[in-house]
Design a binder for this molecule. Structure first.
Ligand code: NAD
Length: 358
């Protein structure tokens, strides 16, 4: 623990520090380096303790805990998903996370993860597309132009070379915002008036809408041969984006089947419908895209190892940038078993200060 030297403090990365960290590293470099760490961790999949995330569902949303460990480090993320939140000025998705030392159980990092989740989701999507999309892919439709959308666009540009975007959102103001935010980055951008228009002629389709229901953002006739679908928005029981017939025509790739079968697009299919795990593709144990005409589908729900990788990456940047503060989070009595005595000494010190002041 080079910089976490005090036994009572934990390095804390606030939203302000996260933004400065991302900008100091550079958004494209951050996405590329993060993608490498995510891929590196997928390649050592067997070393991780894995469990489907623990979800607490309510009528308007979900709160989830996402833990994992590689035996040396332990990480978890707290994340919510509440599609109606934006109407009250809140984010649909907000998150924070912790990375700890398995050897002594002490937290080594507490970080905001709302921005980090957008970055890690986009980096994961783009890494996966490198294995599954056609090598000559340059154009992408983005359906759903909310908080995640620009991050997806930037990751696909810096990792996959995507430079042509077709945008669609049921709220035209969201598409206008997305286009404005991506100006000057070398994209050719068209705002479309329907999802059908947006997917015409593109090699990659990203669906990243928020709606707490089984929606049909894409119907079967909208997906032609050779397309790669990056389905990000369907990530809860009863919350999907694709018509079932698309799934039946696609080769489906998932993060962790026990979680995706409950939360992903494949909740619409039989429990034993064949899927390929990403780690197998990344280690060469299974094929990614094998033909020009194949339809590939990344049924993304977001898995704990991706957040673990993101926390690990952020921590690796702290010492050089100093973009964190020390949070007084851990009790540190002079003698470890004298926790109560520490409270008494605090009381005595408060009393003597009060006596001095009177
Ligand atoms: N797979 C993952 O790892 C992962 C990670 C983060 C977020 N997500 C999911 O991605 C989705 C988007 O998240 P966000 O933070 O961008 O949400 P957001 O609320 O900021 O944006 C969602 C956008 O989708 C649009 N939309 C809703 N229904 C639509 C439809 N039928 N057609 C076109 N557009 C539609 C909304 O108008 C809005 O602009 C959420 O469902 C979230 O749960 C998944």
């Amino acid at each position: 623990m080079t910089f976490n030297q005090h036994l009572n403090t934990v390095p804390f990365v606030s939203v302000d520090h996260m933004m400065k960290l991302v900008l100091t590293v550079g958004i494209d470099t951050f996405l590329r380096e993060l993608a490498e760490v995510i891929e590196e961790d997928f390649r050592r999949w067997e070393t991780f303790d894995k469990t489907p995330r623990i979800a607490a569902h309510s009528p308007d949303g979900v709160i989830e805990l996402m833990p994992t460990s590689d035996g040396t480090l332990y990480g978890f993320k707290y994340v919510n998903g509440h599609p109606k939140n934006t109407r009250q000025g809140r984010q649909t998705v907000t998150a924070f996370g912790v990375l700890s030392d398995v050897g002594n159980g002490y937290p080594m990092l507490l970080s905001e993860m709302t921005i980090l989740t957008a970055l890690r989701t986009a980096a994961t999507s783009a890494v996966v597309a490198r294995y599954l999309a056609r090598k000559d892919a340059r154009s992408m439709a983005i359906i759903g132009n909310g908080a995640q959308s620009e991050f997806q666009a930037r990751a696909f540009k810096s990792i996959m070379g995507i430079d042509t975007l077709k945008l669609f959102d049921i709220d035209p103001a969201a598409s206008a915002k997305c286009q404005r935010n991506l100006e000057g980055l070398g994209f050719s951008i068209e705002i479309c008036d329907s999802a059908e228009r947006a997917v015409e002629g593109v090699e990659i389709i990203t669906t990243v809408t928020a709606d707490k229901q089984c929606a049909t953002i894409l119907t079967d006739n909208m997906v032609g041969p050779g397309v790669h679908i990056n389905a990000v928005g369907g990530d809860c029981p009863g919350k999907t984006e694709l018509h079932r017939n698309i799934l039946l025509r696609s080769d489906i790739f998932v993060e962790y089947p026990p979680q995706t079968r409950v939360e992903g697009e494949i909740q619409q299919l039989a429990k034993d419908h064949p899927v390929t795990e990403l780690w197998q593709v990344m280690t060469g144990a299974a094929d990614g895209r094998t033909s020009e005409g194949q339809i590939t589908l990344f049924d993304s729900v977001g898995f704990a190892t991706e957040d673990f990788s993101a926390l690990r990456y952020v921590r690796s940047k702290l010492e050089a940038t100093g973009l964190y503060e020390e949070l007084d989070l851990l009790a540190d009595p002079d003698e470890p078993r004298d926790l109560y005595g520490m409270l008494l000494r605090c009381e005595a010190s408060l009393k003597s200060r009060a006596a001095l002041a009177s």
